[in-house]
Design a protein around this ligand. Sequence first.
Ligand code: SF4
Ligand code: SF4
Ligand code: F3S
Length: 353
Amino acid sequence: MKEHALTLGEELRRQGVSRRSFLKYCSVVAASMAIPATMVPAMAASLAQARRQSVIWMSYQECTACIESLTRAFAPTVENLIFNFISLDFQHALQAAAGDQAVEALHKAMEENWGKYLVLVDGSIPLKDDGIYSTSHGQTHLESLREVAEGAAAIVSIGTCAAYGGVGAARPNPTGAVGVDEIITDKPILNVPGCPPIPEVMTGVLTSFLAFGELPAVDALKRPSAFFSDTIHDRCYRRPFYDQGKFAKTFDDEGARKGWCLYELGCKGPITHNACATMKFNQGVSWPIQSGHGCLGCSEPNFWDKDSFYKPLSAGQWGSAEGIAVAAAAGVALGAASAVMSRKNQDKISGGK
Ligand code: SF4
Ligand code: SF4
Ligand code: F3S
């Protein structure tokens, strides 16, 4: 691994991040990941000692919005500084090198960090006809993924395409696209689905990996449980209108103007697991439902094919009628962790302040 002279703690100090801000960030991440508050000092100490982590980011059948979402730089937040602290040894859309030089950089990074590097993947991988539909530097992406996965410590699939095939796998799935875990079965894999995913979930996962040297706990779909255990509907601010039976019937009627529930306009929030309702996008500015559109279910497998985006949830495609009813009725009070994350987004924790 490329040795970096500074630890993360030293680097953050150099950037002017106060210890108070750093501890606040650690508390927020710990709360969002259900790590007990008593462990925050140990987590902060471990994180401060972390060295630059080699990260190799492979992009396959994708649209670049995952990269766009995750690399958007705003205020110099602690999480941005952590994201900048990793050693991004290969990322073909962002790196200066191209062609043979880029491939050499990739192989060099793999060799120097064999067994220790983290692989991030965005985009699906075509399997049909030996994967010839998607290639780069003379390799199919199927070959590329197998090669790079071999020396990886762990793999994070970023976005619904890498996690479950996403839009590439939508019917009739002409390239036989699949997600990473249908190909790689002998490495720890974590999925951060979403189309695109929430950047702060990704930095939470990276922070956890830097602090503890392993991926956080996942659910049955390999999503970090801390961020994906609740449905959108559980945390939606329009939920009181749902409970009162107040539904917008069109996107421009009086109900829509008053912010009523979008269930009858096709919102898939009751069966979609994601953290959008509390973490939002663009550092807490907004999210689809706040912008007036129902949730499409973009973090769930096969959401493109399940039903019309504009038809109310129906049994069959999205599960049993009973399941949908249970999901819709299962709203819970805002938990401490999500409240903290929500406040964090509004506060925009800035380094050194
Ligand atoms: Fe694009 Fe969505 Fe696929 Fe990401 S998950 S590459 S945003 S289509
Ligand atoms: Fe919010 Fe959609 Fe649930 Fe209505 S159905 S409360 S808009 S998540
Ligand atoms: Fe996707 Fe629904 Fe969030 S469409 S971005 S999971 S609100």
